[in-house]
Design a protein around this ligand. Structure first.
Ligand SMILES: *[C@@H]1O[C@H](CO)[C@@H](O)[C@H](O)[C@H]1NC(C)=O
Ligand SMILES: *[C@@H]1O[C@H](CO)[C@@H](O)[C@H](O)[C@H]1NC(C)=O
Ligand SMILES: *[C@@H]1O[C@H](CO)[C@@H](O)[C@H](O)[C@H]1NC(C)=O
Length: 424
């Protein structure tokens, strides 16, 4: 989801009071959905994420026992997504526009998509949760997806082939839906989500990826063993241009097929529902903070380089199968949704080739945070607070020497060497 090491750009202190989650407020939200509710008998709040694992928001689960007008009682749970209450971080997240993007997607895009799916009899194909309340750019209340049996796969395990296919098939449908609705004027995603988080904040972030690549080169020398000096040198050299290279790749070409991207479509943001044989039958994705309008290959690069199991992640033929499944669903969905234009497998393949470098950068950036253990969370949180206080862009590179990270990055780099993306 939100990798803590990614956002440490400068912020100014300011004091903002956070709103408490209280019964009267929740009751006003719940009764809009369910007018039969008379009273909230009990309310238990629990944090949804470990400190330090989700940077861009503070997610709290609110478990309630509700008394209905007929005096019977039911339990109900919702998730409150709010700006972090730490004043420095709250200010920074507000300025980055992350929360605004999330609220904007929940308010202006997802309901239109849902109406369209409902009308075409495809209601079961939705991949998002419904927002119950949207409070400006600071607080969002959504259905609790776990109450509907959608669960994460442990991020250390990675997704198996079946889960990967289910994920990209749903992603393809989402992309197709956005393109179809945009062309019919039902949503205005291209204008509203013109730039990615990195593009919007490029001056504040500075040479972020350059620093990440430098740290990565150091970690190769420290943790990869003998025989990798050439690769370390490559990443050192590449660190001088990588930020610009990435900005160039991210520059949208409006003559190509574009769609609304989730921007953070990975194992931390994909919740699966399984059938009785433990086969995935549907997904929910909750975080849209990084949504932007661009080439779908960017969502695929993010997914393919962060989410499959280690034995799939560096295997070109397995990746090919996942992409093929994506394209098949995309083409079919565009047709189903009445989009006049289509896309070919060659076009997607060429976009994937063009964006490989973004994929590698995503792997380094995301996996170094993803493979951290729960006991590292408190450290990551302190690291962020300290960096915010001292206003320095620092890279928390502890994750880069974890054995699992080293194992997976060796595979990803190996694949990139074969493809000619890395040249040593
Ligand atoms: C998150 O929100 C809860 C509920 O409002 C609050 O008690 C908690 O202090 C917040 N935590 C952070 C890190 O902002
Ligand atoms: C779509 O249909 C479901 C019932 O199948 C309904 O609960 C939901 O409110 C509908 N959504 C929209 C946006 O119309
Ligand atoms: C990298 O590729 C070579 C052959 O191209 C292979 O011998 C080696 O085992 C691979 N290493 C990893 C870590 O996959």
């Amino acid at each position: 989801m939100w990798n803590p090491i990614y956002t440490l750009f400068l912020a100014l202190p300011c004091i903002l009071a956070s709103a408490e989650i209280e019964k009267p407020w929740l009751k006003s939200i719940i009764t809009q959905e369910c007018p039969d509710v008379e009273e909230i008998v009990s309310l238990t709040l629990s944090p949804l994420d470990l400190p330090g694992t989700i940077y861009g928001c503070n997610r709290t689960r609110a478990n309630m026992v509700l008394q209905l007008k007929d005096k019977s009682q039911i339990s109900k749970s919702v998730v409150v997504i709010a700006l972090p209450s730490d004043p420095l971080r709250e200010k920074q997240i507000s300025e980055s526009g992350l929360f605004e993007v999330d609220v904007n997607v929940y308010k202006n895009v997802l309901p239109r998509m849902e109406e369209f799916l409902n009308k075409t009899g495809l209601a079961e194909k939705k991949i998002w949760v419904t927002a119950l309340a949207l409070e400006g750019a600071s607080r969002l209340v959504v259905e609790d997806w776990e109450e509907q049996n959608y669960k994460l796969v442990p991020r250390w395990d990675g997704l198996d082939m079946e889960q990967c296919k289910t994920s990209v098939e749903n992603l393809a449908r989402f992309h197709a839906l956005s393109a179809a609705l945009e062309s019919q004027g039902i949503i205005t995603a291209k204008k509203s989500f013109d730039l990615s988080l990195g593009q919007r904040n490029k001056d504040k972030i500075g040479d972020w990826y350059g620093k990440v690549f430098e740290e990565f080169a150091k970690s190769i020398r420290a943790a990869w063993g003998a025989g990798f000096e050439k690769i370390a040198e490559y990443f050192d050299e590449k660190s001088k241009t990588i930020t610009n290279d990435i900005l160039k790749i991210m520059k949208r070409d409006d003559s190509k097929f574009n769609a609304l991207l989730n921007g953070a479509f990975d194992i931390n943001n994909i919740y699966f529902k399984n059938d009785e044989n433990q086969k995935p039958v549907g997904i929910r994705t909750v975080n849209f903070q990084n949504a932007f309008w661009n080439s779908p290959a960017l969502d695929l690069q993010h997914f393919l380089n962060t989410s499959p199991k280690p034995e799939l992640i560096g295997d070109d033929s397995k990746r090919g199968q996942i992409v093929e499944h994506y394209v098949k669903t995309l083409v079919k969905s565009l047709k189903d949704f009445g989009h006049e234009k289509s896309i070919t497998e060659e076009e997607v393949a060429s976009e994937i080739e063009r964006t490989e470098l973004v994929g590698i950068a995503n792997a380094i950036n995301v996996l170094s945070g993803l493979y951290m253990k729960a006991e590292d969370a408190a450290y990551a949180d302190d690291f962020i607070k300290e960096a915010l206080k001292t206003k320095q862009i620092k890279i928390d590179s502890r994750g880069m020497v974890l054995p699992k990270f080293v194992e997976v990055m060796k595979k990803i780099v190996n694949r990139s060497l074969k493809l000619g993306v890395c040249k040593c």
